[in-house]
Design a protein around this ligand. Structure first.
Ligand code: MG
Length: 374
């Protein structure tokens, strides 16, 4: 149990609780219990075989959504401790934040969203909440994991007004323009630190981006120069690791300092004050600008690289062909999705496809479309 929490941190005592009341946990906090439930879920295990930029089988060294989520949790926890925020809650949010992602990263999400046009659309963030609220079926007396309000609120990073209205309590803050807990704000920015840096690392490892090209970006150039001055003989992967690790460190320190200053300035006394204030967890404006430049670079040179585009194109085809065949013939769905398909076929199909790992989607596509010889 974490002692010395700030008065504006989330804690068991100020939690808005679970949708289905349960006895208090033994020897762990409510948010530790949430974290543990997430780790034991099926969707969490599947993160190992889902990717963000590269397809899972392209190499053993690239990040998967599982290692990404662990990196987010690590970064978020260090900062949470320095700000005296609830580490268990940031960990739970970090580990759950990507549970709703489709196979094949952004390409998969876009393809599924296009398939769901006219049927409510598909949004991975909303799907993560759907996974923990509904789709995980492990408990006898309720669907989902029955997580605390604050964990669910943190998972729901953004949401349209229309969806917010349908979500009830957890959607309210989007309608009255309030903030989530500081823990949720922190997990969100830790996500950004993690993916920008590991995409640099994976991008360099794959050869899709080069050190020379990256040296145009201030935040990278500054840290690269520092490492070269301190260790003139170091090269190759070690040079990349030293640079990336220093970049992460700079971002973590900047986020901790700037957020501490913002919190001091706003002077929240409780979690309710935090909800009514402007966002308080933030980078300094200088680092914010540098991060934006890095993001723009990654978009242009990595996410839109022709080799990534080829893979994305294949991913889109797999997802949309799977969607069409199941939507036309729901009888081809596994039994547990057929019941749901009677009520809402497109949503049942989207839930089934979103739950697939990269390799499962490829195999399922082959099972349905390949005509074997002989
Ligand atoms: Mg993420």
């Amino acid at each position: 149990m974490q002692l010395d929490l700030a008065p504006y941190a989330a804690c068991d005592e100020n939690s808005r609780g679970r949708r289905h009341p349960e006895p208090a946990p033994f020897a762990r906090s409510e948010f530790q219990r949430d974290r543990d439930r997430i780790i034991h879920s099926t969707a969490f295990r599947r993160l190992e075989y889902k990717t963000q930029v590269f397809v899972n089988h392209e190499g053993d060294l690239f990040r998967t959504r599982l290692t990404h989520s662990l990196e987010v949790a690590q970064i978020a926890r260090s900062i949470a401790r320095s700000l005296r925020l609830n580490e268990d809650l940031v960990e739970a949010i970090s580990l759950a934040h990507d549970l709703g992602h489709t196979p094949f990263g952004h390409a998969g999400q876009d393809a599924l969203d296009a398939c769901m046009k006219g049927s409510g659309g598909f949004e991975h963030n909303l799907q993560s909440l759907r996974v923990v609220d509904l789709l995980e079926q492990r408990y006898a007396s309720f669907d989902g994991l029955n997580l605390c309000f604050e964990t669910r609120d943190g998972i729901l990073k953004h949401c349209s007004r229309e969806n917010a209205k349908a979500l009830g309590e957890v959607g309210k803050r989007f309608l009255c323009r309030q903030q989530p807990s500081l823990e949720a704000q922190l997990a969100n920015l830790a996500d950004e630190i993690a993916y920008n840096n590991h995409d640099v690392d994976d991008g360099l490892r794959s050869g899709l981006i080069t050190l020379e090209a990256l040296a145009e970006i201030d935040i990278f150039a500054r840290h690269l120069a520092e490492v070269k001055t301190l260790f003139p003989t170091v090269g190759g992967r070690r040079l990349v690791h030293e640079t990336v690790r220093r970049m992460i460190n700079t971002l973590v320190i900047d986020l901790s300092r700037q957020s501490a200053e913002n919190i001091r300035g706003a002077g929240p006394k409780s979690i309710d004050d935090v909800r009514k204030a402007a966002p308080l967890v933030a980078f300094s404006s200088e680092i914010e600008r540098e991060q934006r430049d890095l993001k723009r670079f990654l978009h242009k040179h990595l996410y839109q690289h022709y080799l990534v585009a080829r893979m994305s194109n294949k991913a889109r085809r797999i997802i949309s062909e799977l969607f069409d065949v199941f939507a036309e013939q729901p009888k081809l769905l596994p039994p547990q999705f057929q019941e749901q398909a009677v009520k809402d076929t497109p949503r049942a199909v989207a839930d089934y496809i979103a739950g697939m790992t990269d390799r499962y989607a490829i195999r399922e596509h082959r099972r349905l479309f390949a005509v074997e010889e002989g």
